[in-house]
Design a protein around this ligand. Structure first.
Ligand SMILES: [Ca+2]
Length: 314
C-alpha cells in the first residue's frame, strides 16, 4: 500500500468544508492532513478560522494545526454568504467556543513552509474556498508551483450557471484574480465545478442517516445541514441542497466516483457582468493546452456512502 498522500486543506468553514476535512482525518491510511488554513469567504476569516477549530474539537483532533489567512481578496472588497450559512457560518447547531488556539503565523506562509519542507511532488492542496491564500503563497514563493503535487479544488461552473451571480460560482467570484493566478500557475489542477456538485444532493434520507447514527458528529452535522437546507431548497426547488466541498475529499479517496476531461480553463477578471466566471474550453476550440482536469459527473450515491461512512467513523 502506498504511503498516505500529504494534504493541506484551505477552507472557509461552513458545514460542507468541515465534512471535507473531517472525512479526510478519518482516512489516515490514504490522507495525511498537515494543516488547515482558513481564509475569508462564506464569513470573515475571524469566524472561518474559529469554525475550523470548532470542527476539529468536535472530532477530538486538536493535534491538527489551524492557521488564519487572508481577511480579504487580493484586490476587491470581501463578499460573504451569510444568506446561506448564517451569521457564524455554522448556524443551526451551537458548537462550543474553541478551547484550542490558532497557530501563530499567516496561512500563506504556513502553506509555503509546510509544502517546501516536504519532497517535491508530495503535497496536495485541497481548496474549498476563495483562492486568496494560495495566490499569496505563490507570490511569496514562486517555486511552490512546481513543488506541489497538485491542487484539488471546489469552484467554478461550466454550463450549470452561477450560484452568486448568473455567471459565477461563489469561490471564484469572491477572488477572481486569485483564481486566475492559480489557473495560470502551471500547478496540476483538478476542478470540481457546480456542474458536478449539483448532482450531489443532501436528500432527507441522506440527512436522516446522519441523525440516526446517534453520534455527536452525526447529530451536529444533521442540524448544521438542516439549517443550510432551508436556503438551498427555496433557491433550487430540489429535494436537497448540494454537499459541495466534500467532493474534494471524495475525489482524493475514490477518483473513480467522478468523470471529466483535461481542458483549458480561464477566469474572467474584468467584465462586471461575468466577473469570476470560469470559461471552460470543453471542446478544445482555443487549441490552448489543458491546465485542469474538470470533473463533470459524480456517482452521488457512492459519494455520500463514502463521505458519511468516514465522517461517522469519527
Ligand atoms: Ca467552502
Amino acid at each position: 500500500m502506498p504511503p498516505p498522500r500529504a494534504v493541506i486543506f484551505d477552507t472557509d468553514p461552513s458545514p460542507d468544508d468541515a465534512i471535507a476535512f473531517l472525512a479526510a482525518l478519518a482516512s489516515p491510511e490514504q490522507l495525511e492532513v498537515l494543516a488547515i488554513t482558513a481564509v475569508a469567504g462564506n464569513v470573515p476569516v475571524e469566524l472561518t478560522s474559529k469554525n475550523a477549530l470548532k470542527a476539529l474539537e468536535l472530532a477530538g483532533r486538536t493535534d491538527i494545526p489551524v492557521y488564519k489567512g487572508a481577511a480579504a481578496p487580493l484586490v476587491r472588497p470581501l463578499v460573504t454568504a451569510e444568506h446561506v450559512h448564517g451569521r457564524t457560518g455554522f448556524d443551526g447547531y451551537a458548537l462550543p467556543e474553541p478551547a484550542t488556539a490558532l497557530q501563530p503565523g499567516f496561512a500563506p506562509d504556513a502553506i509555503v513552509e509546510l509544502a517546501m519542507s516536504r519532497p517535491a511532488g508530495s503535497v496536495t492542496l485541497c481548496c474549498l474556498a476563495p483562492l486568496t491564500n494560495i495566490a499569496l503563497a505563490l507570490a511569496r514563493e514562486p517555486r511552490l508551483a512546481r513543488h506541489l503535487a497538485g491542487i484539488v479544488l471546489m469552484g467554478g461552473a461550466m454550463s450549470e450557471g452561477g450560484n452568486i451571480t448568473p455567471a459565477a460560482e461563489f469561490n471564484f467570484y469572491v477572488d477572481p484574480e486569485a483564481a486566475a493566478r492559480v489557473f495560470a500557475s502551471g500547478i496540476p489542477i483538478v476542478m470540481i465545478p457546480l456542474d458536478c456538485t449539483h448532482q450531489a444532493l443532501i436528500t432527507d434520507a441522506r440527512l436522516e442517516a446522519l441523525r440516526s447514527a446517534g453520534t455527536p458528529i452525526g447529530n451536529a452535522f444533521y442540524h448544521l445541514l438542516e439549517f443550510n437546507k432551508r436556503f438551498d431548497r427555496a433557491k433550487y426547488g430540489w429535494p436537497g441542497g448540494p454537499l459541495h466541498d466534500a467532493t474534494v475529499t471524495a475525489y482524493l479517496l475514490s477518483p473513480e466516483l467522478f468523470a471529466g476531461r483535461d481542458v483549458f480553463v480561464a477566469i474572467e477578471c474584468a467584465s462586471p457582468l461575468t466577473l469570476g466566471a470560469s470559461v471552460v474550453d470543453w471542446w478544445g476550440v482555443t487549441g490552448r493546452p489543458a491546465n485542469a482536469l474538470v470533473l463533470r459527473t459524480i456517482d452521488a450515491e457512492g459519494y455520500f456512502n463514502l463521505i458519511f461512512e468516514r465522517l461517522l467513523s469519527l
